[in-house]
Ligand binder design. Structure first.
Ligand code: SF4
Ligand code: SF4
Length: 480
């Protein structure tokens, strides 16, 4: 504490008041649990169709076989990716990068055309939240029953329901983790190892990690992941424009809103908008927002509020579409659907579309003409240039021959680049289907044939019928 002393004037220390609650910046916003209500309808059917399609693919694909091996396997241990008939080596990373670029561009294109289609229908977070919610509904009941159960005192019924729900969730989550690992380790071997309780430590870790992440994200965090963790929710606004189709409430038609009152005189009823303020659109929303407040970044574009409001409009004998897929321009100008759809082919969409088409075609063409043989050349550092019998100069190399076909290949190695260069012990090498094999190759050159220094040479590797052929560059060292 500061004190004034002697004859000096006492100095006042300003007292800064504590900030009030409204002045404090909170880094964590407490959230209320959302209890989405079930709704049937066109968009809900699409959502479930996508749940089935994505999950049949995800859980089923690792069990499918192709030519005696797993059809889709990213075998990290042997550094090989199997995609149906394709065998990709780390040297083929360019194709996977191309696939990622095509996927990102597709996302841009779909977002520019129709907003967050990915989020609402195909994102794993949405899909697993929907599946976990389905379990919750079947165990604990519909929205009101779940609210009652959570708000009620602890009882045997509550305990049994909660335990049962979590056991089902955990079983599904662990099966999801197991399937995920099955994309990186042959799933049949993994299942056998599990049954014989001899699964590896890393495999157990990843099954638990991915399984518990699914359990936490789909069971507890749900819309919080979309709101606070997903970066796409934040930057997708940059891909929208006034002609992007988004789920919108039509305020010109809905306002002024008010409850339905059948006894109201016709003149007064006409003065009201079509929204009867039933809040069904809010109750069905998986992110708990009110679309009538306008476009919000929390909206994942699932269309469930459209289904809900259409049901309400049917009941009150008003036209459907008070909440609908529309565009900002469409709503502001009162355009009909045909006029809005005509604006789909605008410059931004055309640019995305053309670039996507060019990249997709380029990727497909490069895969078709891709040579299913890879060769890596490594100079043997232990054996530098040496003189061998006959006074020839010899350099030793290690070649990795990678067969990316489904058949065994018998390969021969030749070399060119220097006059008189030859491969000592020119022998064929058998490489099994989708296998890689290291071989030692010795190149010999007559002495005095080349001046001292390093000279470029080329290894030509191919099969007998010439369908496989690769040329790889290296250097031949001539010592002083
Ligand atoms: S469901 Fe339709 S009528 Fe009901 S509150 Fe929402 S917008 Fe209004
Ligand atoms: S506002 Fe409608 S479209 Fe958006 S997330 Fe909620 S229910 Fe889905």
């Amino acid at each position: 504490m500061a004190h004034a002393s002697g004859g000096k004037a006492r100095r006042r220390i300003p007292i800064v008041p504590e900030p009030g609650p409204e002045q404090q910046v909170r880094l964590y916003a407490a959230t209320r649990k959302i209890y989405p209500r079930t709704i049937a309808g066109y968009f809900n059917n699409w959502r479930w169709a996508m749940v089935w399609a994505t999950q049949l693919f995800f859980y089923g694909m690792p069990w499918l076989e192709w030519g005696g091996r797993q059809a889709l396997l990213f075998d990290l241990a042997s550094r090989r990716f199997y995609i149906l008939g394709l065998v990709l080596y780390p040297q083929d990373l360019i194709y996977l990068s191309g696939l990622l670029v095509v996927s990102a561009l597709s996302l841009f294109l779909f977002t520019a055309v129709a907003g967050r289609l990915w989020c609402g229908y195909a994102c794993p977070q949405t899909v697993y939240s929907e599946i976990f919610l389905w379990v919750e509904r079947h165990v604990e009941g519909e929205r009101s029953a779940r609210i009652r159960l959570d708000g009620g005192a602890l009882s045997l019924e509550k305990l049994v329901k909660k335990w049962f729900k979590h056991i089902v969730w955990l079983a599904m989550a662990l099966w999801t983790g197991f399937t995920f690992v099955g994309y990186f380790t042959p799933i049949r071997e993994l299942a056998l190892a599990f049954l014989q309780t001899r699964m590896g430590g890393w495999e157990i870790f990843w099954v638990l990690f991915y399984g518990l992440a699914t359990y936490g994200n789909a069971g507890f965090m749900r819309e919080q992941v979309c709101k606070y963790m997903c970066p796409y929710a934040r930057f997708q606004g940059a891909m929208f424009d006034r002609d992007t189709l988004i789920v919108s409430y039509d305020p010109a038609r809905g306002e002024p809103r008010g409850p339905l009152d059948k006894g109201r005189p016709a003149a007064l009823a006409r003065a009201r908008g079509d929204c009867i303020d039933c809040s069904l659109c809010v109750q069905v929303c998986p992110t708990g927002i009110d679309i009538r407040k306008g476009q919000q970044y929390e909206c994942i574009g699932c269309g469930l509020c459209v289904d809900a409001c259409n049901q309400v409009m049917d009941k009150v004998a008003r036209p459907r579409g008070l909440i609908r897929y529309s565009t900002e321009n469409g709503l502001a100008q009162g355009w009909d659907r045909a006029r809005m759809l005509r604006r789909v082919l605008r410059p931004r969409v055309l640019v995305y579309g053309v670039v996507l088409l060019a990249l997709g075609l380029g990727l497909a063409a490069s895969l078709v003409v891709r040579m299913p043989l890879k060769v890596d050349v490594v100079r043997d550092r232990a054996a530098l240039a040496r003189i061998v019998a006959g006074g020839r100069l010899e350099n030793v190399y290690r070649l990795q021959l990678m067969n990316a076909t489904e058949k065994e290949q018998v390969l021969r190695v030749q070399a060119h680049g220097l006059a008189g260069l030859l491969v000592a012990a020119d022998e064929p090498y058998a490489v099994g289907p989708a296998e890689a094999r290291w071989v030692a190759v010795r190149l010999q050159l007559p002495a005095e044939q080349a001046p001292p220094g390093s000279h470029p040479v080329y290894f030509d590797v191919g099969n007998a019928d010439g369908s496989l052929h690769v040329s790889e560059k290296s250097i031949f060292l001539v010592p002083r």
